[in-house]
Design a protein around this ligand. Sequence first.
Ligand code: HPA
Length: 274
Amino acid sequence: MKDTVRRLEKTVEYLRNITEGMPEIAIILGSGLGRLADFIEGRQEIPYEEIPNFPATTVAGHEGKLIFGRLGDRYVVAMKGRFHYYEGHDMGVVVYPIRVFGMMGIKNLMVTNAAGGVNTDFKPGDLMLIKDHIGFFAENPLRGENLDDLGPRFPDMSAAYDRSLQKLALECAQRAGIDLKSGVYSYCKGPSFESPAEIKALRMLGADAVGMSTVPEVIVARHMGIRVLGISCITNMAAGILDQPLTHEEVMETGKSVEQKFSSLVREIVGSWE
Ligand code: HPA
């Protein structure tokens, strides 16, 4: 386990030496939401394969890079291409970048993702502020010997998504004329989409959206005391709600069609982050 910390230190040292300073906010760009990176000025793009000990993206055609630069007047780092459990990665790999951000000293994380709508009041193209999550079906990323240097054995998750940042996000949405829903994000491991019965069960448990990322990253961020804000893009209605099959193409297409709305909301939020 000390080995993990040493590996992280090497990654952090590399990034510190080649970047301008410490970003205020790390932003994880979900599938189809990568265009936000185009708004980052003075971009310094670092492919994952150039970063010591950083995991490599396994999926052909998927970009993997960290982008350092200014979004408005904030120095940020955006992560284009994340690591999913369904790709076969261990949880330690899935959450590695978050630990790197934490060890760099970054105190704020904005997570975004594409998700299926479980709440039948939602429609594809909606944006949802994540109020809380359900993740207990999956392996906890903190399983194993605790990394005491990073955080406590039993971290609190009672307010995983920072309440003041939620309020700020809702205010920003209102200012930008964007209808921002809010709800509970439920994590499923994938890669198959869920069955209609699973979606019905998740709805009964209180889920509003479902996706294959985010929860492990948020748990690890909270372990390190990083403040988290999460936004889902509802790219499709979850299985069984509409009488039609689910496809990855639908997810990517909706993601593309809301990219503009999504990136203006994110820019507004980053600009007013406090
Ligand atoms: N289920 C799981 N993950 C997803 C979905 C979904 O319906 N849509 C986008 N990511």
